[in-house]
Design a protein around this ligand. Structure first.
Ligand code: GCB
Length: 611
């Protein structure tokens, strides 16, 4: 094929893919917790299918006959050949990763088919949606033997409308989940976290009126602490309606008319107690249209940047943070529940944090809602990690879609103050274009929040004097600079931090988004001995001393709250497939460095140094 033909063929494929995806996945319904719902969580029947024989025949063509697993076909006679059986193949719990539920699946990367049956009688005029909190990584969804569609991306929610397909009795829902890594994916093949596969977050049936409030954005106008501004979107046949937004407790609200596309905008002002970590005030906000009504609990706060300061409700704030992976605190595997969120955030609060970095992908919704309630500000991130295919338009489309789905789910959470579009990405023109697009997307989807990325600065040595320079060109597009550094672990010695100075080319606040070192809980020795708690403790002491000297530092999220699984970490005894940079072990034990950080946060409140 000539280059031109190849390009054309690729373009046609991409168009087909984009169009197909758009036609299948329904618009995301916001705040499903406030809806009439039925949970499909529990034990599901599963078939582990490493060769995808349930999806493709021996010529690699898609199966459409009864051999396709989604048909859930049973032999009709003793002579009929059917080579699969959900009923006798075992079960897995949903939500949950498969890796930590069956020993043989710990390292598994491939397909697992999930099946469960359900009955559901909906009110005749209502609509019904199937909502998935997240499935990692590709999900193909089938209801009653027919395909509903596919979703790509392991950490964001998606819906399918099943109004015309659901039966009162005997529905069977089948999913093929595939977590095979791919170079073109987001994230790509190389990550420092476990590739947990499965239906990792709750599955829910959501019943709504024929025309319903699909989404809304109710926040304070940028820079204001009293002007509420936002929009809402109806979905259904009756798009032009009168809609009332009411915050009864503050005697605030207004009534608007939606346009022919079902969209309405509003703005009203009044006295509100602002949300802050010290007083995480949430208001009941009611949205009532002529056909639907939904209530949310929303906090109101403003977040801005002025020169190198971050202003929360107009006042400079220092972000006393910690990075967190979405791993369960008290059992192996992915976290997903309210209890998981409460424990993880309680640990952060014990450190005296007012901020967490939810690395490196969108965490579950319970985490954001718990952060709202507990008063912990949040940095939320998409898995644009290390070496993405910067030149691949489909990869960009995928990253944009994951960002869009994350923002759509969380844009009413007061706790959420920063979107991060990337982590440690190597500078190039193609990468800059890619990230610039994501920054633009985030700003236009949500003009109220700050956008950042975890960058990497570079060292300049003049004689014995070391300076580290932040001059990544993408930083000019960001509101807040993020920077990861591993002085004392991957480079140099912990003590070297004492004489290192930091220089930024930008008049912007810096969050040190990572620093740290590994320690095995209970392993002791001198401060120079790798893997000891003393090494990590000493490293934190020198880091903190260095960070105190950075005049434009406005926050930090050391790496990381808890030890987490990583296939990259092979060293027996010390790692055993865990990244040990946690301040807390995978069994919940606090290492010495935990108390160093706690002391710093408690004593100084992490206040920025005087200018
Ligand atoms: C990093 C990455 C993080 C890793 C960490 C490490 O820079 O952003 O995902 O886990 O370093 O421990 O090496």
């Amino acid at each position: 094929m000539t280059k031109l033909l190849r390009c054309l063929a690729l373009a046609v494929c991409l168009l087909l893919l984009a169009g197909w995806a758009a036609a299948q996945v329904a618009p995301l319904a916001a705040n499903i917790g406030a809806r009439q719902t039925a949970s499909l969580d529990g034990q599901w029947q599963v078939i582990v299918d490493p060769y995808d024989v349930g999806a493709f025949d021996y010529r690699a063509q898609p199966l459409k006959n009864n051999q396709a697993f989604y048909k859930n076909h049973k032999p009709q006679s003793e002579s009929e050949l059917v080579e699969y059986d959900f009923d006798t193949s075992g079960q897995l719990y949903v939500p949950g990763d498969w890796n930590t539920q069956r020993e043989s699946l710990l390292f598994y990367e491939g397909s697992v088919w999930y099946k469960r049956s359900f009955d559901y009688t909906k009110s005749p005029k209502n609509r019904l949606f199937l909502h998935f909190g997240a499935c990692n990584y590709l999900a193909a969804v089938y209801l009653n033997g027919e395909e509903l569609g596919e979703h790509e991306g392991g950490f964001t929610p998606f819906d399918f409308e099943i109004t015309d397909r659901v039966r009162a009795k005997g529905n069977f829902l089948v999913l093929r989940i595939n977590n095979t890594r791919g170079k073109e994916q987001v994230p790509t093949v190389n990550t420092d976290w476990w590739n947990y596969g499965g239906i990792t977050r709750p599955v829910t049936l959501v019943e709504v009126p024929e025309t319903f409030v699909q989404d809304y954005f109710i926040q304070l106008e940028k820079g204001s602490t009293h002007q509420v501004k936002g929009w809402l979107q109806l979905n259904g046949p009756q798009l032009q309606q009168e809609v009332t937004i009411r915050i009864s407790e503050a005697a605030l609200g207004g009534t608007i008319q939606t346009d022919s596309k079902g969209r309405g905008e509003f703005s009203f002002s009044g006295d509100l107690t602002v949300w802050s970590p010290e007083n995480p005030k949430l208001y009941a906000v009611e949205i009532a249209s002529e056909t639907d009504q939904v209530t949310d609990r929303i906090g109101f706060r403003s977040i801005e940047v002025r020169s190198t300061d971050i202003l929360l409700n107009g006042k400079p704030v220092f972000l006393r943070g910690i990075s967190i992976h979405e791993e369960a605190p008290t059992r192996p595997g992915r976290a997903w529940s309210e209890d998981d969120a409460r424990t993880l955030l309680s640990w952060a609060k014990e450190l005296d944090c007012n901020f967490v970095r939810l690395a490196h992908y969108p965490h579950n919704e319970a985490m954001l809602r718990m952060a709202d309630q507990m008063g912990v500000m949040v940095w939320a991130e998409v898995p644009v990690y290390w070496t993405i295919q910067w030149e691949n338009p489909q990869t960009l489309h995928n990253a944009e879609n994951q960002l869009k789905e994350m923002i759509a789910r969380d844009h009413n959470r007061a706790a959420l103050i920063i979107y991060s579009v990337a982590n440690e990405t190597p500078i190039s023109d193609a990468r800059n274009r890619f990230l610039r697009q994501l920054v633009q997307d985030a700003h236009s989807a949500d003009p109220t929040r700050l956008v950042s990325a975890a960058l990497q600065a570079h060292e300049v040595a003049e004689g014995k004097h070391i300076t580290i320079h932040i001059d990544d060109p993408i930083a000019s597009d960001l509101d807040v600079l993020g920077n990861n550094e591993y002085i004392g672990w991957y480079v140099r010695h912990p003590e070297d931090a004492d004489s290192i100075d930091w220089i930024s080319a930008y008049d912007k606040p810096l969050i040190m988004s990572e620093f740290g070192g590994d320690a095995l809980f209970g392993y002791h020795g001198g401060t120079a001995a790798r893997w000891t708690e003393e090494y990590q403790e000493n490293l934190f002491k020198h880091q903190i001393a260095m960070l105190k000297r950075i005049s434009f530092l406005r926050g930090m999220t050391p790496w990381v709250l808890k030890d987490f699984r990583s296939p990259r970490r092979t060293l027996p005894r010390f790692q055993d497939f865990f990244n040990r940079k946690g301040l807390i072990s995978d069994h919940g034990e606090k290492k010495k460095a935990f108390f160093v950080l706690q002391k710093f946060y408690r004593e100084s409140q992490g206040a920025p140094p005087p200018k």
